[in-house]
Design a protein around this ligand. Structure first.
Ligand code: AHG
Ligand code: MN
Ligand code: MN
Length: 320
C-alpha cells in the first residue's frame, strides 16, 4: 500500500529543525487542493465556470474558480497557524497573517494556473513557493520579496486525469496522487528525477513571429528535434516534462516583452522543483532562482526542463 502524505511528512520533516512545521503547511495545501479539485470537477454543473467580471492586478479577467481557489488556500494556510504572510496572483497586496514565533513560513501562490482551460475540461493546477521567515522578522510587503534560491520547499498540484501533488524540498521531489476513495494523498512517484532523454518541447508556436531572431533560431532547432506538446497550462506542461523529459519555454515576446509568466509564484516554485529533480530553469539571461525580485507580481521569461537542453537553448537564444 502506498505511504500517505501524513506518513511521509511525519517520517521526513516532523521534529527536524530545518523543516519544523512544514508538515502543517503542506497538509494545508493538500486540504485546499482537495477542495479546489472537487470544485473544478463540478464547476460546470455548479455554474462556477466563467468570469467574475473583474480584472486582477495582472490586468487579466478573473475566473470564478481563480477567486475560489485563492480564498480556499488563503483560508487553509491561515488555519495552519504556521504561515506569516501569503502572496497570491489574485490578490494585489500581501496577505499578512501573523507574526508569532509559530508563523515561520511565507507562501507565494498561483492558486489556479491555466484557468482559461477550465471550461474545456483541460488540466489546470495550483503552484506554491515556500520560504522561511527569519526569527522575529517584521512581516510587510518586502518580506515576501525573497530570491528563489531562498525557498525551502515548493509544491504544485495538477487537476487532470487524476489529482497529483508534487512536493519538493532540498534534493527531494515526491509525487502524491489523491485517492478518491478516502481523500488522502498517497506517495505514488517517490524521488522524481527528470529523465536523461528529452522527448518534447512546449511553447506557444503562435508567438513565433513576435520572437527575436535568436529565440526564433532556438525554437526552430527544438522544432526540428522534438515533438511539440503544449497544453496551455504551465503546470500541466511542466508536470509532463518533469516525468517524461522535456523543455518548456515562454520567452519574451513582442506582446509580453518582460515575459508573460510571474516570477514569484510560477517561475520560482517550478524552477526550485526542476533543479531538485536534476533539471534547470533560466530567464534566458540568468538562472531563475538568482533573480532579485523587485515587485510581487513581476513577470519573467521562462525556459525550464532538462538541464543540457535548457543550456543549449539559452545559448542559441543569446547568440542568434
Ligand atoms: P494563469 O491561468 O495562472 O493566468 O496562467 C496561465 C499561463 C500558463 O498557465 C500558461 O503556460 C500560459 O498562461 C499560456 O499562455 P498562452 O495562452 O499565451 O500560451
Ligand atoms: Mn499561472
Ligand atoms: Mn492563475
Amino acid at each position: 500500500m502506498f505511504k500517505t502524505l501524513a506518513e511521509y511528512s511525519a517520517s521526513s520533516w516532523k521534529g527536524s529543525k530545518e523543516y519544523d512545521g512544514l508538515e502543517a503547511v503542506v497538509a494545508a495545501i493538500a486540504d485546499g487542493a482537495q477542495q479546489i479539485q472537487a470544485k473544478v470537477r463540478a464547476a460546470v454543473l455548479a455554474h462556477a465556470v466563467g468570469t467574475t467580471g473583474e480584472t486582477n492586478v495582472q490586468g487579466e479577467v478573473v475566473q470564478i474558480l481563480d477567486t475560489f481557489s485563492s480564498e480556499t488556500l488563503v483560508d487553509t494556510l491561515t488555519q495552519s497557524g504556521r504561515v506569516a504572510a501569503i502572496g497570491s496572483e489574485e490578490i494585489e497586496e500581501t496577505v499578512i497573517v501573523g507574526e508569532s514565533s509559530a508563523h515561520q513560513y511565507l507562501v507565494q501562490m498561483d492558486p489556479l494556473d491555466g484557468s482559461s482551460n477550465i471550461d474545456v475540461a483541460v488540466s489546470v493546477g495550483s503552484i506554491l513557493g515556500i520560504w522561511k521567515r527569519q526569527a522575529d522578522e517584521k512581516v510587510r510587503d518586502s518580506t515576501l520579496l525573497k530570491k528563489g534560491t531562498e525557498q525551502v520547499a515548493a509544491v504544485y498540484t495538477v487537476y487532470g486525469s487524476c489529482t497529483m501533488m508534487v512536493v519538493a524540498t532540498r534534493e527531494s521531489v515526491q509525487g502524491f496522487t489523491l485517492d478518491p476513495t478516502d481523500g488522502t494523498f498517497r506517495l505514488t512517484n517517490p524521488n522524481i528525477c527528470i529523465p536523461e532523454k528529452t522527448s518534447c518541447y512546449s511553447t506557444n508556436e503562435g508567438n513565433f513571429k513576435g520572437l527575436d531572431s535568436g529565440t526564433q533560431k532556438a525554437v526552430e532547432e527544438l522544432r526540428n528535434t522534438y515533438s511539440l506538446r503544449y497544453v496551455g497550462s504551465l503546470v500541466a506542461d511542466f508536470h509532463r516534462n518533469l516525468l517524461k523529459g522535456g523543455i518548456f519555454l515562454y520567452p519574451s515576446t513582442k506582446k509580453s516583452p518582460e515575459g508573460k509568466l510571474r516570477l514569484m509564484y510560477e517561475a520560482n516554485p517550478l524552477a526550485y522543483i526542476a533543479e531538485q529533480a536534476g533539471g534547470a530553469a533560466s530567464s534566458g539571461k540568468e538562472r531563475i532562482l538568482d533573480i532579485e525580485p523587485k515587485k510581487l507580481h513581476q513577470r519573467t521569461a521562462l525556459i525550464i526542463g532538462n538541464k543540457d537542453v535548457v543550456k543549449t537553448t539559452v545559448a542559441v537564444m543569446n547568440n542568434g
